[in-house]
Design a protein around this ligand. Structure first.
Ligand SMILES: Cc1cc2nc3c(=O)[nH]c(=O)nc-3n(C[C@H](O)[C@H](O)[C@H](O)COP(=O)(O)OP(=O)(O)OC[C@H]3O[C@@H](n4cnc5c(N)ncnc54)[C@H](O)[C@@H]3O)c2cc1C
Length: 298
């Protein structure tokens, strides 16, 4: 029986672990893959304060070393289910079950992929899933954004101020501008729009050079392809146990509390708006601090 069990060892889970351990709690972090989460797979990071430029795996390793030096315990396992028994929470793992007074979910979210030829080959070599993260590497270059929703529009607007040209390739006949005013189209006037179009192939040698779509023979010249067709949190096993939003993200309040007492969520798996390393660490700190307060009240 642990005071706090944290599921996921990305920046959110690791930070929560550091805060919990430094407060003297008996804490365990469960990770199914690599300690460091998505950060370990990022090329260069330029927007995490304190590091003007840092390789993802270097930052991930620094997170891991700091947590381990403070005595945070990690276990390699996959959460497959979650149960509540009276005052006890049980994280069901593939290898074993973990009982806890408090659970913090920090499982992140995965970008949806296009699943076309060339996409996997050029990840980090022109294919990106995050304009805020990687846009700056495409200064004065030609880029395409794939998607129709708000994240595609936000990506295109962000890239417009950095890149030489921005095109949007959308499978729909129009962009979905739910919360944007229609005047946003004026701002997008310098964006080349390809509607009713599906990406069929991403071409290149060392790096991306062009993108093929089904509605024209000529490939579109591009140095970068930003895929913005949504993200999916892996929260199906939590359905009916904690409140999720319509996209499956865990609903939290400003204290990172979920709808179930003693259960918190932080980082990309929660319904925070900005999903970045800095917000993952920040919300990890909030979740752990609130968890510690709850434990001392009890
Ligand atoms: C290509 C790319 C580039 C990026 N660049 C930047 C950047 O430059 N700057 C920036 O601030 N952000 C960047 N981001 C976003 C940033 O990486 C994320 O916002 C951040 O990692 C979220 O942290 P997290 O701890 O919430 O989740 P994650 O980092 O996703 O960590 C979650 C962890 O939980 C584990 N997990 C999931 N489910 C289970 C389970 N059932 N059982 C056990 N473990 C589980 C996962 O294996 C993972 O290790 C980038 C993301 C990508 C993909």
């Amino acid at each position: 029986m642990f005071d706090i069990v944290i599921v996921g060892a990305g920046p959110a889970g690791i930070t929560a672990g550091i805060y919990a351990k430094r407060a003297g709690k008996n804490v365990l972090v469960i990770e199914r893959a690599i300690i460091g989460g998505q950060v370990a797979s990022i090329g260069e990071i330029e927007n995490y304060p304190g590091f003007s430029k840092v390789e993802g795996y270097v930052l991930a390793d620094a997170f891991r070393k700091q947590a381990k030096s403070l005595g945070v315990e990690f276990v390699s396992d996959v959460m497959t289910d979650f149960k509540v028994q009276k005052n006890k929470k049980i994280v069901v793992g593939k290898k074993q079950n973990y009982g806890a007074k408090v659970v913090i979910f920090a499982m992140g979210a995965n970008s949806k992929e296009l699943d076309v030829e060339g996409e996997k080959d050029f990840v980090g070599k022109g294919v990106s899933y995050c304009a805020t993260c990687d846009g700056n590497f495409f200064k004065n270059k030609d880029v395409v954004v794939v998607g129709s929703g708000e994240s595609a529009v936000a990506s295109a607007l962000y890239l417009l101020s950095i890149c030489k040209s921005v095109s949007i390739i959308s499978k729909n006949p129009e962009l979905k501008l739910k919360s944007y005013p229609k005047t946003i189209l004026e701002k997008l006037k310098n964006v080349q729009l390809y509607f009713n179009s599906h990406v069929t192939k991403i071409n290149g040698d060392q790096f991306v050079e062009s993108v093929e779509i089904d509605r024209q023979n000529e490939p579109i010249k591009a140095d970068g392809v930003f895929v913005a067709i949504g993200r999916t949190p892996d929260t199906l096993m939590l359905k009916g146990k904690v409140d999720l939003d319509e996209k499956g993200y865990i609903k939290t309040d400003e204290h990172m509390r979920t709808s179930l007492e003693g259960v918190f969520a932080c980082g990309d798996v929660s319904n925070i708006d900005v999903k970045q390393i800095v917000t993952a660490t920040a919300t990890g700190a909030i979740a752990a601090t609130e968890a510690i307060k709850l434990l001392s009240r009890k």
